[in-house]
Design a protein. Structure first.
Length: 313
């Protein structure tokens, strides 16, 4: 019985993805979606895939830096191979976090059991991922403050402003940013994460000789995610203005951070559909870009399958 419940819990994210995708496809005009998913441009596809290489290398370096500062040494070559493997597992296993858990577990096994290394290995993965999510949130909040298209969406959603009228005012945007930050701090305090991670976070993320390296690396990695998404749009021949795309993409990526689906499938497409509709754009195009992004990310992690094959007897 307990085994069945655990299996069901692990399969729930995959089921959630299927339900969300079915709901999105039921909402869309399927002919419009097929028209949006026309033959991709090889040049833009190549650019999207090539961006994954420095993205993965920089992510591995960020993990290595975090682990080193927590006294859990990790050679860069191993970090890169493990990051590819973990990213591939995140794509093919429910929840989107099992790959991260697996690389933390394997790293912990290499540490001496009588040292802080095993626990530090787990903390390093948690903090490394948190650093990336913070950078994504920072970029999303920046678009909330400065982007006209996000202002228009907020105006329609919260202020009852007509579709053709002006965007939400600056005080409205600042209030929403403040509310988001207060909510984030409240959740962290209630969950106890601040208490348990404060010491490790101070050493690995917030120390004066680590903060800027962590922040710049995470911002660069997040920018690469956004760039890949942008390439997917252009790959499909979708010519939505760059300023509009770059404002919407971080919010779609934030939806993927919830561990409630399989590799973000369903959540990403649902968020894209809602955002594109709220911005007055072609919803089918927004979903098509999201689908192509999911496939490109899967392709970019395939070296992880090779790492897995080499380690499987």
């Amino acid at each position: 019985m307990a085994t069945s419940r655990r299996l069901a819990a692990r399969l729930l994210p995959a089921l959630g993805s299927l339900i969300l995708l079915a709901a999105v496809f039921a909402w869309l005009d399927r002919d419009a979606l097929r028209a949006a998913l026309v033959a991709p441009s090889p040049g833009w596809l190549a650019a999207a895939l090539l961006l994954g290489v420095p993205q993965m290398a920089l992510s591995a370096w960020r993990w290595q830096l975090t682990a080193h500062r927590l006294d859990a040494p990790l050679p860069f070559g191993r970090a890169l191979a493990e990051y590819y493997l973990g990213s591939f597992l995140n794509q093919v296993l429910p929840g989107g976090v099992l790959g991260d858990a697996s690389r933390a577990w394997r790293h912990a096994r290499t540490q001496a059991t009588d040292s802080p290394g095993p626990r530090a290995a787990w903390l390093a993965v948690v903090l490394e991922r948190a650093s990336g999510q913070f950078a994504l949130l920072l970029i999303a909040l920046t678009t909330l403050l400065f982007s006209p298209v996000i202002g228009q969406i907020l105006g329609r959603a919260f202020a009852g402003i007509d579709q053709d009228s002006s965007a939400a005012s600056l005080p409205v945007r600042l209030a929403l940013i403040g509310a988001a930050l207060v909510l984030l701090l409240f959740v962290l305090r209630r969950s106890g994460l601040l208490r348990h991670l404060a010491n490790a976070g101070q050493r690995a993320l917030l120390a004066h000789d680590a903060l800027w390296r962590q922040l710049l690396a995470s911002l660069a990695i997040t920018a690469s995610y956004i760039a890949v998404y942008f390439c997917c749009a252009r790959m499909l021949g979708i010519n939505t203005p760059a300023t509009t795309l770059l404002a919407l993409i971080p919010w779609v990526l934030l939806a993927m951070a919830l561990p409630l689906s399989m590799a973000g499938w369903g959540l990403r497409e649902g968020a894209a559909a809602l955002l594109w509709a709220a911005a007055g754009l072609d919803v089918a195009q927004g979903v098509a870009i999201s689908i192509s992004y999911g496939l490109v990310v899967l392709l970019s992690t395939l070296p992880g399958a090779w790492v897995l094959a080499r380690r499987t007897p």
